[in-house]
Design a protein around this ligand. Structure first.
Ligand code: 5BU
Length: 338
């Protein structure tokens, strides 16, 4: 983690008028931010990126993705444990990652994480609690490890807003380091753990743009052993070990007039995904193809489009296939550019 006063590369410190910028200048620079270039190509296969992953959850996830030919993360936004476990059982064979919002369950108890972990082993997927931590380091350390949910004890991946500064990364890392120390003493192995920074959001009018996104990128790349990637709408890091995950994904339903290829090819501005739809509260949707081929992201996160479908397993498979075809197309496009 970069501490205040440490150097940031190639930036000017406006506070101390020096070429050695302090941390706060990284986010307060009045200069137009060098928008992180969406360097989509050349694109490496998931398996070829493995040696570049310094974080344990990034490595575990890329292995699952490769084994199952699935870059689909299901956002299981349901409100009872029975619905959640049923959905995880149905979706399990098709997904690489199951994303939860434990705090929307009306009947959460300690059996839920245990049952999800059993399903994650049975069907070979990882767990991601979409907790969006956003407080000072000591508070997030307590929120992550304790309370009712004890997230650090079961969730392979969590996410955070970097709004509070690098202390949030250090705070969240504490419970993981404690688990590591204890495992060294007891000789047991520790399950993979990783943090995603929310560098961009899918919702309309999101404030996570420009220099804020850049500051996320710099914070993440300063701690690649702990940060496994980003929530974003396009590839923002050139580090091959960082995973880019994108929510706000929908395919046209069979009845829709818009064909996927037409929707994707309408994107002429690489920094702005071509939106295929919205909900009534500001969510914006993009096609898997636009995210993976045009914008170079790695994992699609899909919620209501799957969980509200008549047949969730069938819909999962449709999204898995679309996500995988988009990935293969991005590799072919990369080869063609060589
Ligand atoms: P949807 O039903 O596919 O719209 O659900 C998207 C999920 O992803 C939902 O759980 C959100 O909380 C989550 N999400 C998002 O939609 N956009 C973001 O930028 C982030 C998370 Br961060």
């Amino acid at each position: 983690v970069i501490a205040r006063g440490e150097r940031w590369p190639e930036r000017w410190c406006h506070r101390f008028k020096s070429a050695d910028p302090c941390f706060s200048c990284a986010s307060q620079s009045p200069e137009p931010p060098t928008s992180p270039a969406p360097s989509v190509y050349p694109r490496l296969s998931y398996s070829a990126r493995l040696p570049f992953c310094r974080n344990s959850a990034a490595r575990a996830l890329l292995k699952v993705v490769d084994r199952k030919k699935s870059n689909l993360c299901l956002s299981a936004d349901v409100t009872t444990k029975e619905q959640l476990l049923r959905l995880a059982e149905q979706a399990g064979p098709h997904i690489c990652l199951l994303k939860t919002h434990m705090d929307i369950l009306s009947d959460f108890d300690a059996t839920v994480p245990a049952a999800l972990l059993a399903l994650s082993e049975k069907h070979d997927f990882l767990l991601f609690e979409d907790r969006k931590f956003a407080d000072i380091g000591s508070t997030v350390a307590a929120q992550y490890s304790g309370g009712v949910y004890r997230i650090a004890s079961w969730s392979h991946i969590v996410n955070a807003h970097a709004i509070a500064g690098p202390g949030i990364l250090a705070g969240l890392k504490q419970p993981v380091e404690k688990q590591l120390k204890e495992s060294n003493v007891e000789g047991s192995t520790v399950a993979p753990r990783g943090l995603l920074l929310i560098a961009e959001m899918s919702s309309s009018g999101s404030l996570a743009t420009g220099s804020y996104t850049t500051a996320n990128l710099l914070m993440a790349e300063a701690d690649p052993e702990w940060v496994c990637g980003f929530i974003c709408q396009r590839a923002i890091s050139k580090e091959k070990g960082m995973i880019h995950m994108s929510p706000g994904v929908q395919l046209p339903t069979d009845e829709d007039a818009v064909a996927p290829a037409a929707a994707a090819s309408s994107s002429s501005f690489p920094s702005t995904p071509a939106r295929t739809g919205t909900d009534s509260l500001g969510q914006q949707y993009t096609s898997p193809r636009d995210l993976l081929v045009t914008h170079g992201t790695d994992i699609i996160i899909v919620g209501r489009a799957i969980i509200q479908a008549k047949d969730a397993a069938k819909e999962c498979e449709r999204y898995r296939k679309a996500g995988w075809e988009a990935y293969e197309e991005s590799l072919a496009a990369s080869d063609a550019k060589k």
